[in-house]
Design a binder for this molecule. Structure first.
Ligand code: KG4
Ligand code: ZN
Length: 365
């Protein structure tokens, strides 16, 4: 498609109900006409984590209202849109289905193309909402649901270089916060306490750091921290020291694996290297500065999208739809797409590499 493209995006794969309308012009410049993100934090906070059934019901309660409000704020009518894009996996399947079916119904009613979007592709393209950020770049996606390195060579051309084999880093922060009873989401609470703590007080493990490769693991670290809580019942200072030690361990793991990922990414390439970091954990200042150091040492520039586009949002889903439409890579059969709880971004490799898609390694893929 040539000329400006207007797309409505819908995101409901975890605990944010989000909608956005954007206009993308052929030189890649993007104008976000309206966007809404409604977080379900209050609904999940009593449980210390996201409860899938509560998430699905909350999305179902509000998705239509959020979409209608966002479209109205954009100043466009349904008829003005070129397409409707919705996250169709991977994620909590009840929520994914709510957003996808909302998008499909609107597309069918307005006779517009429906574009099913892989949530991970949305994150992968998110830096291009605010910045030209030309391909290729290395993405570290580090959130509550994902922790992986993706080499982004072009639209639809992604290679996962490594990933957590168990918990995502954000999930580990959330679990430590739950053990300490300091709130949900855990990352910001742990970071706050860590600021008054001694990171050297507890010697916590750095899982997989002494093994080659780019895979990561955080489950053992989480267990080690839980043992400290069990054995010492730490007072406020002890809790701060534990949070600081825990945050330092995660920062060390992410920094060292990022150093290796940059070497692998740069191998055989010339020109500028861009390292993009996205996902809620990217908000953590200690982790940010560790990654900055690694990027600088490798001669790479660190790009972090603004926080509202680092965490789950619908603008990145609308952008993925607009880029696909502009490139002519939209499947006619969008309306028949079945929601996918698992949907590896690097599908070709997932099909040929038995260790990639299933079992332990598939958990966060
Ligand atoms: O990207 P996001 O909003 O949602 C998904 O998980 O998809 O990320 C949320 C995660 C939570 O696990 C939260 O604890 C973590 O990001 N997080 C942080 C910080 N802010 C959010 N982790 C560490 N430090 C933070 N400041
Ligand atoms: Zn996400």
């Amino acid at each position: 498609m040539t000329g400006p493209i207007c797309v409505l995006g819908i995101e409901t794969s975890c605990d944010e109900t989000a909608a956005a309308v954007l206009r993308r012009v052929p030189d890649g410049t993007v104008a976000i006409l309206a966007e809404t993100v409604r977080s379900q934090i209050d609904e999940h906070a009593p449980y210390g984590g996201v409860v899938p059934e509560i998430a699905a019901r909350a999305h179902a309660d509000i998705a239509d209202t959020i979409v209608a409000k966002t479209l109205e704020e954009s100043g466009l009518e349904l008829a003005d849109l070129d397409a409707i894009a919705a996250t169709s996996g991977p994620g909590l399947i009840g929520g994914v289905m709510v957003g996808m079916m909302t998008g499909k119904a609107m597309a069918l009613a307005a006779d517009k193309p429906f574009i099913p979007i892989n949530h991970l592709e949305g994150h992968a393209l998110s830096p291009r909402l605010a910045d030209p950020c030309p391909f290729p770049y290395l993405l570290l996606l580090v959130s509550g649901g994902h922790c992986q390195f993706i080499s982004v060579s072009g639209l639809g051309d992604y290679e996962r270089l490594g990933s957590t084999i168990d918990d995502a880093a954000g999930e580990a922060f959330d679990k430590l916060a739950k053990t300490l009873g300091i709130g949900f989401p855990g990352g910001p609470a742990v970071e706050r306490l860590a600021s008054t703590g001694d990171a050297k007080r507890f010697a916590l493990p750095r899982p997989l750091l002494n093994r080659p490769g780019l895979d990561m693991s955080f489950a053992g670290l989480k267990t080690a921290a839980a043992r400290v809580v069990e054995a010492e019942t730490p007072d406020v200072q002890g809790q701060a020291d534990l949070c600081a030690s825990f945050q330092a361990a995660i920062a060390d793991c992410l920094a060292e694996k990022t150093r290796r990922a940059l070497i692998k990414f740069q191998d055989g390439r010339s020109g500028d290297t861009r390292l993009v970091v996205a996902g809620g954990v990217a908000a953590n200042q200690a982790i940010r500065s560790a990654l900055n150091g690694v990027a600088e040492a490798a001669g790479a520039s660190l790009i972090a999208p603004p926080l509202r586009h680092c965490t789950d949002n619908a603008a990145m889903i609308a952008l993925a739809g607009a880029e696909r439409l502009a490139a002519g890579s939209v499947d006619e059969a969008g309306l028949t797409f079945a929601a996918r709880p698992r949907w590896p971004l690097d599908e070709a490799r997932a099909q040929t590499d038995p260790t990639y898609g299933g079992g332990k390694r598939g958990a966060k893929a």
